[in-house]
Design a protein around this ligand. Sequence first.
Ligand code: UD1
Ligand code: UDP
Length: 387
Amino acid sequence: MKNILVVFGTRPEAIKLAPFVLQAKKDSRFRTKVCSTGQHREMLKPLLSFFDITPDYDLDLMRPGQSLTDISVGVMNGLHEILSKEPIDAVVVQGDTTSCFVASLVAFYHKVPVVHVEAGLRSGDIYSPYPEEFNRKATGLIASLHFAPTETAKENLLRERYEEKTVFVTGNTGIDALFTVKKKLSENGALKEVHNNKYSFLSPDRKLVLVTIHRRESFGAPMEEVMKGLVALSKRADVELLIPLHMNPQVRASANKIFGPNATWIDKDSPPESGKSKIWLCEPVDYVPFVYLMDKSHLIITDSGGVQEEAPSLGKPILVAREKTERPEAIAAGSSMLIPLEEKAFLKTAQEVLDTPSIYSRMSQAKNPFGDGAACDRILNIMAEKL
Ligand code: UD1
Ligand code: UDP
């Protein structure tokens, strides 16, 4: 039996590693422990409770407005303490966050093998997304097993001269999580009803545009251009925008400045009057309601990584507010398009998708290239054989 330590810290890592943790805990080939770095405190809590995961270790690192150095130092000290006392055969990390990279580095210092889930994504620009492109490349240098979600990701690793016998295409574990929640929502009438009631203020006569933005490389002017484009888009009679706002203070400051009186903040305890606003702002929503909202939306605009993978699985066209993406598969499949970070060009692209039925229907019918919902199974089987 192998002792594995699964480390995560942010919302997307928790979503993508939750199905892995649940399956690993039932698998007699592994003794599985979980460490949350707590990089995201509020955004992690509801996820852990939904998936019923209690971390064995919680480093509780989140500080308002934390710097990348603050998080790195915290993860380093915390993981070092755990690996100094726990006999661990492999550390499992996911993606490209600071929690992921620094946990890998500490595992390396302890000569513990690292398993990298969602390996091989590349934008080709070390500053975009920042610091994620560096984090995933550096994690790759340390990892002994690389689980690539797609053939494209595998090719990226082979181009960087990783040994082919260490790279496996498994699909993205985020699709495993998405399918679990989708199934729950479609089979559980009461759960669906709760969400129908919660979002009953959304007008049946308007097309819902769901928006998320949080990338560090867009902070300041580029993010504010996107927000100005969103304000201009909201003037159309046939749409309304719902924007769950990331908790990063820099995102909040730009949102306050640009949306101002154009937007209405949704108070959790008293739902607003339908039709009262064209831009609804709210706190980040939990994962189940977010899947419900993605499914309900007509168009998704985002700079998120995970949402770029989920939208095609739900048949939703997606506009990616970034200069570069490490998920070209969705663009190649036809479901996603980059949208310029400049107000007028942004508006023009969004209008074109909304107003051209051939573009809209091509984007909503594309096939999901990111997985079939069985990624965790594949990863666990390979780990059992190779570790
Ligand atoms: C982090 C990841 C990014 C990932 C994103 C997912 C790094 C460097 N960045 O970015 O790769 O795409 O998470 O969302 O690892 N905050 C709260 N409560 C929370 C979470 C965040 O208040 O639950 C606020 C805090 O003020 C915190 C700030 O957001 O200091 C920034 O959080 P941080 O984890 O540093 O970076 P993100 O921008 O969220
Ligand atoms: N998400 C969520 N609530 C929200 C916004 C996003 O549950 O209000 C989910 C989304 O479905 C996806 C993940 O969070 O699975 C993406 O997280 P984020 O955009 O923060 O990070 P990224 O994927 O860009 O690293």
